[in-house]
Design a protein around this ligand. Structure first.
Ligand code: GLC
Ligand code: MG
Length: 536
């Protein structure tokens, strides 16, 4: 693409449109595992910039970059020590600037992660809070409390860390501080005006640099219930997303998102906020995307849905109904850096791959926006057998919270060649890549019409061509049990979730299929676990 022909983003947003995010396909780059430019084995911003043509060619609309800020990396960068600087592992500020500019030149928008629930324990505020002793004014920026019991040696309440163990750590001064995640991630006190002011200033910093929006980490967590009440139950990590907890999905968080929306809207070019929010129902999740709040929220109900037609239909209906009730688009997500890759969740091996191919066509045919996680376009499986010595997920070392196995979806992706690191960078990658990944590289799959990569490329190209896809409505059509059939303007999508083939009347002209079709007598034999798009 020459510079003259490249679409410019400002032109697109100037066109009459309901909002670019409403049907955007957004690709999640887990920066440390995408591409390494300097050979330290860790992906970096320059690496991302050099590989942007892959994303433009894939056909996505935007890129979401996981945190690349100054951080001791106690939780893969979700422990931020300085929100306005780039960690030397990932480059420098000018690299972020170059990356945003190059992405825009290629017609890609850029969303960055913002981590407002907690800072790193190396953040200047927390250092001052601890080093300054009990009277340090910075203590008010976090949640410091005296312990319980006669000697104060019991935590202030019974809250558990998402990563396992108590959500409190005792200081040398004898009191305790709250951390819903690792001890290196102290929770901020959002009742304090300085916290609110600081984050508005941080948002402005990145908006001024030109980013198109923010993925808001733990967007459901900033506000805690008054008095930090006990929960009275163990295994609280398992309740996240299943019920409102005194530390998650409190109504008070919405006021923060409302103020951020005002700030986003004060910038030209449709800057967006997307919530990582775990809410117990689609209805509660929809509260985050009311017209004066954020633009999108990840739809984890869909991610966690079983491979079952009735269950999928129910989740699709409730997601669409809930977001429609507030006028927001739905998002569809199958994988991210916190969950087992979906080819593996769907059964692994040939079956997992077949289902993942079908699921890709399903999600890209549904109304709304879709998020892709790096490597799903290659059909990468979870890497289950990483040696303990290379693992870095903090939950792995704490036990009994989350399963602690989030490294298996974070293995650096294969680009080319027949041996590790498969073009990831000049040196060995921070997590070892399986030998079997030679056949899964971008290079190996390019041009092979049966490959996952070419399926995604075709689907994303067609999604742009067929105007009925993307934002808008859908209608369910009659279908046998185990099969989903729905129509969008000009398109019908058929998904057979069963293992065995089914016969259906031909609904139109097949334009894309995740498996081979056989026709005869006005009917089509839809193989098991296959999805097809038909033009009508
Ligand atoms: C979010 C991130 C996850 C991180 C956690 C704490 O859930 O996606 O990776 O560990 O927040 O910041
Ligand atoms: Mg590097």
């Amino acid at each position: 693409m020459t510079q003259e022909l490249a679409p410019t983003l400002r032109d697109q947003s100037a066109a009459p449109s309901a909002g670019w995010w409403r049907d955007a396909v957004i690709y999640q780059v887990y920066v440390r595992s995408f591409a390494d430019s300097d050979g330290d084995g860790i992906g970096d911003l320059r690496g991302v910039r050099e590989r942007l043509p892959h994303l433009a060619d894939l056909g996505v609309d935007a890129v979401w970059l996981t945190p690349f800020y100054a951080s001791p990396q106690a939780d893969g960068g979700y422990d931020v020590a300085d929100y306005r600087s780039v960690d030397p592992l990932f480059g420098e500020l000018s690299d972020a600037d170059d990356l945003v500019r190059e992405a825009h030149r290629l017609g890609l928008r850029v969303i960055v992660d913002i981590v407002p629930n907690h800072t790193s324990d190396q953040h200047a505020w927390f250092r001052a809070a601890v080093d300054g002793g009990p009277d340090a004014p910075e203590r008010a920026l976090y949640h410091f409390r005296p312990g319980r019991g006669p000697d104060g040696d019991l935590p202030p309440n019974d809250w558990e860390s998402v990563f396992g163990g108590p959500a409190w750590t005792r200081t040398d001064a004898g009191d305790w501080y709250l951390h819903l995640f690792a001890p290196e991630q102290p929770d901020l006190n959002w009742e304090h005006p300085a916290v609110r002011e600081e984050f508005e200033s941080i948002l402005r910093f990145w908006l001024d640099l030109g980013v198109d929006g923010f993925r808001i980490d733990v967007a459901h967590g900033m506000v805690k219930a008054e008095g930090l009440p006990d929960i009275g139950l163990r295994e609280q990590a398992k309740m996240i997303g299943a019920q409102v907890l005194p530390f998650f999905d409190q109504d008070g968080v919405h006021e923060i998102h409302r103020s951020w929306r005002l700030l986003l809207d004060s910038y030209e070019g449709q800057r967006i906020g997307v919530a990582e929010a775990w809410a117990p129902t689609s209805e509660r999740l929809a509260l985050y995307v009311r017209p004066d709040e954020l633009h999108q929220a990840f739809n984890f109900q869909f991610l966690t849905c079983a491979w079952d037609a009735a269950a999928m239909r129910q989740v699709i209906d409730s997601s669409l109904a809930a977001t429609a009730s507030v006028g927001a688009p739905t998002t569809w997500v199958l994988s991210n850096h916190d969950v087992v890759r979906h080819t593996t969740r769907y059964g692994g091996g040939a079956q997992g791959l077949r289902r993942a191919r079908a699921a890709a066509l399903l999600t890209l045919a549904l109304p709304g926006s879709a998020y892709l996680y790096q490597g799903e376009e290659l059909g990468l499986p979870e890497v289950a057998d990483l040696p303990d010595g290379v693992r870095q997920d903090p939950a792995f070392f704490r036990g009994d919270g989350q399963d602690g196995l989030r490294d298996g979806c974070r293995v650096p992706i294969p680009w080319s060649g027949t041996a590790a690191p498969y073009g990831f960078g000049p040196g060995a990658s921070w997590l070892p890549q399986p030998a079997a990944w030679a056949g899964l590289s971008v290079e190996a799959q390019t041009g092979d019409p049966r490959s996952m990569l070419e399926l995604y490329r075709s689907a994303l190209a067609l999604r742009k061509e067929l105007s009925g896809l993307g934002d808008g409505g859908m209608e369910w059509l009659p279908a046998p049990e185990g099969v989903l059939v729905f129509s969008r303007p000009g398109v019908v999508c058929t998904l057979n979730t069963l293992a065995e083939e089914v016969e259906l009347p031909v609904p139109g002209r097949p334009v894309l299929s995740s498996g081979a079709l056989e026709f005869g007598g006005g009917a089509v034999r839809l193989p098991g676990e296959t999805c097809v798009w038909w033009a009508v």
